[in-house]
Design a binder for this molecule. Structure first.
Ligand code: ATP
Length: 239
């Protein structure tokens, strides 16, 4: 179990962005993290994966634990090695490299099963199969997102943290990404899904959290959030 407790995060020693956030991600689940722009969702992912430092951010209170052991003092490589992998917002693939090369880069922390994992990823993402030698920068937005997710899966993560995977994608592709997340989860990876597309996220998540200016304002089973009138109005646009 991944657990965040009373977490406070500050950028540049002054700007308090997370103000006592607690969140649980139990093994096997898909958990949705919702909230408006600037609510602190990406910051929470960075705090879990050890990426705050490079953004001049710092945890000033609280903890992140994995199976009860604190991990918030660890750097990003150690955290990946513990099985927690983040796919950054904006599909940071290596655009000059081929699809295959991108996947091989993803194997650097887990080189032993590389060939087998690459096969598994092409099975999961059939639209990448046959494009092995294509330059990644020429793939469509949806394919780039799949490649970014596939690259993350090369480290065989126990937890996959996705930052807005559907951003900017057409509805059909959003559907494909949604199905992929479900499949990845079925195959045994626990998912923490940050999404602006609350409908998509809540349709596959068991549990959801809503962040507002650095605080958790809702923490409920996904079906309760889907039925909540405030959520329907503010996040689903359903009035
Ligand atoms: P978005 O959907 O826009 O990514 P978010 O909910 O992920 O929003 P964050 O990106 O975590 O929100 O940002 C939370 C707040 O922290 C914002 O006010 C943002 O301006 C601020 N912030 C983010 N990164 C930094 C940084 N490196 N230095 C200073 N402030 C930052």
């Amino acid at each position: 179990m991944l657990a965040v407790r009373n977490l406070e995060v500050v950028y540049n020693d002054v700007i308090l962005v997370l103000r006592g956030v607690s969140l649980d991600v139990a093994d096997g689940q898909i958990v949705a993290l919702l909230g408006a722009n600037g609510a602190g969702k990406t910051t929470l992912l960075r705090a879990i994966t050890g990426l705050l430092d490079i953004h001049d951010g710092e945890i000033t209170k609280g903890s992140v634990t994995l199976d009860g052991e604190p991990i918030h003092q660890h750097g990003p490589t150690k955290i990946v090695n513990l099985g927690i992998k983040q796919v950054l917002e904006g599909r940071r693939i290596f655009s000059e490299l081929t699809v295959d090369e991108n996947l091989r880069v993803g194997a650097h922390t887990n080189p032993r099963n590389a060939r087998q994992n690459i096969d598994r990823i092409y099975d999961l993402f059939p639209s990448l199969r046959g494009r092995e030698r294509a330059t990644a920068g020429y793939l469509s937005g949806g394919e780039q997102q799949m490649l970014a997710m596939g690259r993350a899966m090369m480290s065989e993560p126990r937890y996959l943290l996705l930052d807005e995977p559907s951003l900017g994608l057409a509805p059909l592709l959003v559907q494909q990404i949604r199905d992929l997340i479900v499949e990845i989860n079925k195959q045994g990876t626990t998912v923490l899904l940050v999404e602006q597309n609350a409908t998509m996220a809540l349709s596959i998540a068991e549990h959801g959290y809503v962040l507002e200016t650095g605080k958790v304002v809702m923490d409920s089973p996904a079906e309760e959030l889907l039925a909540d009138s405030d959520i329907r109005e503010f996040y689903l646009g359903l009035g």
